[in-house]
Every structure is written in C-alpha cells, then in structure tokens.
Design a protein around this ligand. Structure first.
Ligand code: GRF
Length: 208
C-alpha cells in the first residue's frame, strides 16, 4: 500500500482527481493518509473532508519564523509515516530538510511543459499568461520529483495540450487541467505505487 500526503493551497481539483482515481482503481493500492493545506479556506480541504480524509492546516503565518514553520511542518508530516508527498497546487516553498529526508519521494504538478514557463514567478495563471504572451502553439503539464530548485527536479510524465485561437489564461488553464493535469498526476502516482519509477543519473526511468 502506497501511503500519500497530499499538499494543497487552492481549489483541490488535482486532489479530487487523485481521490477519484483511487476509488476507481485507476491508482493501484494507494491511500491518502493526510491532506495538508497552508490555507484554512482552501476548498481542497472541503473536498478531503467530504471524502472522509483527514485534513489539517499548517500555515507559516501561524509561526514566529519560517524556520519554526519548516521544523513543525516536517515533524507533522513525519508523524503520518507516508511513502510519497504529492504537491497538488501547494504554494509554500518546501523546506530543504524535507527535500533531503524525502529525496525522490515528493512529486509536483506544474501546468506547463517544463522547462518552459516555470521557475520563480511562474505559478497559477501566470504560467498560462506567459504561454499566451509567447504565442506557443503547444503547452501542457508536467509531473516531476521535487529537488532543491524550483520546478527543476527529474521529470516523470508530461502531456501536451494545444493552445486554441481566442484562449484566455483562464480558458487555457482549465483545458490544461482537464486534458493534462488530472490525467498525468494520477498516472504518475499509479506508476510509483506499482514500483515502475526509478531515478537514474538524475533522469526518470519508467519500466512499464
Ligand atoms: C494547478 O493548475 C496546478 O498545475 C498548479 O496549481 C493548480 C492547483 O489547482 N500547481 P487545484 O488546487 O488542484 O485545483
């Protein structure tokens, strides 16, 4: 059984896709032990509770310092003894110590084809604004392992999505979610659950 912690900050549509895929069997032998949000108002927390999944809120705003938050965030995460940490729209910088302790056990979904439109400043709608401003014809989403950089860890899966005439950032964001994010995030978790994913010389190998 692959045990997950899913970290969220917003609407939770990727969390919903993961929960639905576990229920349908599209994700093998996996359970969500805890959903963690930095935002007490995140609708993702409602989604978790509606699904009977334990959900907690840990916010840097509630701590004297970032160091104190980082230490408690890691301690609380460790208390759930999970195998994999899934960042599903989580807008908090992951503590370096957490990255070290969970090397190649933290995955993130980014709404572009990395290395395009990623890194510092590229999150949420800003990613799609950048793609539209550049005039790319193809964008998409990426699931990758998290390392010390921003959107720089080994890439697990990517899926392309066509940009259409008249797209606004909001329309494009929704299409990328529907056609890419909600498919490759569950798919990546299932591959990991089935032991099909390894990292060799900084690159992901998938043995299907
Ligand atoms: C998604 O677009 C994801 O790519 C990005 O943050 C957004 C989260 O959306 N990292 P949701 O909370 O899963 O609906």
């Amino acid at each position: 059984m692959l045990k997950l912690a899913v970290c969220v900050s917003g609407g939770g549509t990727n969390l919903q896709a993961i929960m639905d895929a576990i229920d349908s069997g599209a994700i093998t032998d996996t359970s969500i032990e805890v959903v963690i949000s930095n935002n007490k108002d995140a609708y993702a927390l409602e989604r978790a509770k509606a699904h009977g999944i334990h959900a907690i809120c840990i916010s840097p705003k509630d701590y004297e310092s970032r160091a104190a938050f980082n230490e408690d965030f890691l301690a609380q995460l460790n208390s759930y003894h999970v195998d994999l940490v899934v960042l599903a729209g989580f807008l908090v910088v992951i503590p370096e110590q957490m990255i070290k302790e969970y090397r190649n056990r933290i995955i993130n979904i980014h709404p572009s084809l990395i290395p395009s439109f990623c890194g510092t400043g590229y999150y949420g709608l800003k990613v799609h604004e950048g793609a539209l401003a550049r005039g790319v014809k193809i964008t998409g989403a990426t699931v990758h392992f998290v390392d010390e950089g921003t959107d720089t860890g080994p890439i697990i899966l990517q899926k392309a999505v066509a940009v259409q005439e008249g797209d606004t950032p909001e329309i494009l964001q929704r299409r990328v979610m529907e056609e890419a994010e909600w498919k490759i995030m569950p798919q990546a978790i299932d591959l990991i659950a089935r032991g099909k994913v390894s990292v060799v010389d900084g690159h992901v190998k998938i043995s299907e």
